[in-house]
Design a protein around this ligand. Structure first.
Ligand SMILES: NC(=O)c1ccc[n+]([C@@H]2O[C@H](COP(=O)([O-])OP(=O)(O)OC[C@H]3O[C@@H](n4cnc5c(N)ncnc54)[C@H](O)[C@@H]3O)[C@@H](O)[C@H]2O)c1
Length: 350
């Protein structure tokens, strides 16, 4: 199999697992070059993984050997970098969220289509063993028609472990734009597109103190809502509830549950590739489902490999930008609904 050359922009925390997997897990991916504004990051990555080509972004865009740009920068840079990559004729894959606004996300989708390029976006965790198994259970009709879904991710933020957690409290961060893509991507793949949303939001703490090692004691000004509560009406009639929070110290709520006309399904953590699946049919008890499917370990990058397989074929990649744009519209919709105090109609679908 001919490998496609990947130019990675953004050599921070998440780049390590991508570089490891893209260099060893898939037959069609080759990490060709790296780029970062911070020279110490590229030096570190180059030495650790033996990637010799360190380039500027402009050099990457001009290099005809690069087939795909992998954008692992912070969310505020996602749109402009993806746009430049697509306009330069490169297939593009970006960490979540695709953009900070639906308008920008949709523009990227349209540019990619007009240039006959593929645009993909994380997360690809829903291609892992756990959610794939849940998808099979739902597709086989085991829980009947989905009628309701819940998704809860509540914690006290990332400042206790991330070396530079500032961006989590700036636009494009916050619990919904940071963690929402995992939960919403899982939900829309399991239940389908959403047609209406409502939301209520809250910022419980105006400042955050970093307690991770590198910037210990630094104070972050919080410029996003840190507790976001949303309601969704799916196109198939199901109703969903979602809470994404950086304000909560602990809870006992399940991460995702899908409730159908015949039974209920507890879905594993969508920020992982496997995990426990519980199934309850009618009045029976919840029972653990045994399963063994590919991509049960941390397989970040599987979406890129799958997207590369779709190049030059009339196949829509599973981590398609259009689906990611739908997720951005939902996340934006929860916040917009909270401000405007009304139900928001969703324009995008897939
Ligand atoms: N850290 C995680 O565990 C994790 C997990 C899943 C997804 N993500 C997502 O991955 C993305 C990156 O997160 P991270 O934790 O690696 O952040 P990070 O801050 O550790 O790294 C981001 C890197 O991008 C570089 N960068 C920013 N703008 C740039 C530009 N214009 N040109 C070149 N380089 C630029 C920065 O210098 C930095 O090295 C975010 O979208 C985040 O949501 C992170």
């Amino acid at each position: 199999m001919i490998k496609k050359n990947i130019g990675i922009i953004g050599c921070g925390s998440i780049s390590h697992i991508y570089i490891t997997n893209l260099s060893s897990m898939f037959e069609n991916t080759n990490v060709y070059a790296i780029c970062d504004l911070d020279d110490s990051k590229t030096k570190d990555i180059s030495e650790k993984y033996g990637i010799k080509k360190i380039m500027t972004f402009e050099e990457m865009l001009k290099d005809e050997k690069i087939d795909l740009i992998l954008n692992l920068t912070t969310p505020d840079a996602h749109y402009s970098i993806c746009k430049a990559a697509l306009l330069a004729g490169k297939h593009t894959y970006v960490e979540k969220p695709l953009s900070l606004t639906y308008e920008n996300a949709n523009e990227l989708v349209l540019i990619a289509a007009s240039k006959n390029l593929l645009l993909g976006s994380a997360p690809d965790t829903f291609l892992g063993a756990g959610i794939t198994k849940c998808q099979q259970i739902i597709n086989e009709g085991i829980i009947g028609e989905p009628i309701a879904a819940t998704a809860y991710m509540m914690c006290h933020g990332h400042e206790s472990w991330h070396p530079s957690p500032d961006f989590y409290y700036q636009p494009g961060g916050g619990p919904m734009f940071d963690m929402g893509p995992y939960y919403l991507t899982a939900l829309i793949n399991l239940v389908g597109p959403v047609k209406k949303v409502m939301g209520m939001t809250k910022k419980s703490f105006k400042k955050r103190t970093i307690t991770s090692k590198e910037k210990n004691g630094e104070i972050i000004d919080v410029n996003v809502m840190t507790h976001v509560n949303g309601i969704m009406s799916f196109e198939n009639g199901a109703i969903g509830n979602i809470i994404m929070s950086f304000d909560v110290w602990g809870h006992h709520l399940p991460r995702i549950e899908i409730h159908g006309t015949k039974g209920s399904l507890q879905v594993p953590d969508p920020n992982t590739f496997d995990g426990e699946i519980l199934l309850k049919i009618g009045q029976g008890d919840f029972e653990k489902i045994d399963y063994a499917l590919p991509y049960s370990e941390n397989s970040r990058g599987v979406g890129i490999s799958e997207l590369i397989n779709c190049i030059d074929k009339e196949i829509i990649p599973k981590c398609d930008g259009n689906k990611a744009a739908h997720v951005v519209e939902l996340m934006e919709g929860f916040h917009k609904s909270a401000i405007e105090q009304k139900v928001i109609t969703v324009n995008s679908t897939f």
